[in-house]
Design a protein around this ligand. Structure first.
Ligand SMILES: [Mg+2]
Length: 238
């Protein structure tokens, strides 16, 4: 069995439940506007948001363009007279406080951190990500946190990973595994730099033949079987 010592975890929707935070923030803000947030509106928002993030990952737009466009575009599509930029500001305020956790993620991180070096690799804004991770008590579990905003790049860009690898002491790509929920950023990024990848796919999203992960899991505790089992036992057993 291959031994992975360096575990690089994506944060949003891998460790922190960003979807839950997003959902409660959107519900609250739509309610404030007197609009019922239907599944259809949610889908429309998700489509707009996702296509902007993907354009960002392909380096076609800058990060700020995501935040200045997504709600103006949504309210234009819906034909609602709501100021999209003010809405975005209030939305960001609520997201920055979001510390909902993916079921069981804290336990898995605590256990793995006993015998592995755990790092956070996350696309997003530095202040926001640190704030959310701190409020979820995650900071002590990570040896270091790499937020895309601080690197000048983002996943899946090679430049992002170069930045990360330079800053991990005694780094070895052969002993590394990236774990994340996004095929287009986490898995594609890992594959691009020649690192093994683990796709966290709790909702059984369809696979993409052109971005094949090394492993696929539905629950984070399946990682115990992927990283060396031997490592989870006390060292003096051997
Ligand atoms: Mg993610």
């Amino acid at each position: 069995m291959k031994h992975y010592h360096f575990l690089l975890f994506d944060i949003d929707d891998t460790i922190l439940d960003f979807k839950a935070t997003e959902n409660s923030a959107l519900t609250f803000l739509f309610e404030q506007q007197g609009i019922i947030l239907t599944d259809q509106i949610k889908d429309q928002y998700e489509q707009i948001n996702q296509s902007l993030w993907q354009a960002f990952e392909r380096n076609e737009i800058d990060r700020n363009a995501i935040f200045t466009s997504r709600f103006p575009l949504l309210f234009k599509e819906l034909d609602f007279a709501v100021d999209g930029l003010v809405f975005e500001k209030n939305y960001r305020y609520l997201l920055n406080k979001g510390d909902d956790i993916i079921d069981g993620s804290l336990k898995v991180l605590k256990k793995l951190s006993l015998n592995h070096s755990i790092y956070a690799v996350t696309n997003g804004m530095s202040k926001t990500q640190y704030q959310r991770m701190e409020s979820a008590n995650l900071l002590p579990l990570f040896k270091d946190i790499f937020v895309s905003e601080d690197t000048g790049y983002q996943k899946p860009m090679q430049g992002y990973f170069d930045y990360v690898f330079e800053r991990i002491p005694n780094f070895s790509i052969q002993q590394s595994l990236i774990i994340g929920d996004s095929l287009s950023s986490d898995i594609l990024g890992g594959k691009t730099v020649g690192m093994d990848t683990c796709w966290f796919n709790p909702n059984s999203k369809p696979t993409n033949p052109s971005i094949q992960p090394t492993y696929q899991i539905k629950k984070l505790d399946q990682l115990y079987d992927i990283v060396s089992k031997k490592e989870l036992l006390p060292k003096n057993t051997f």
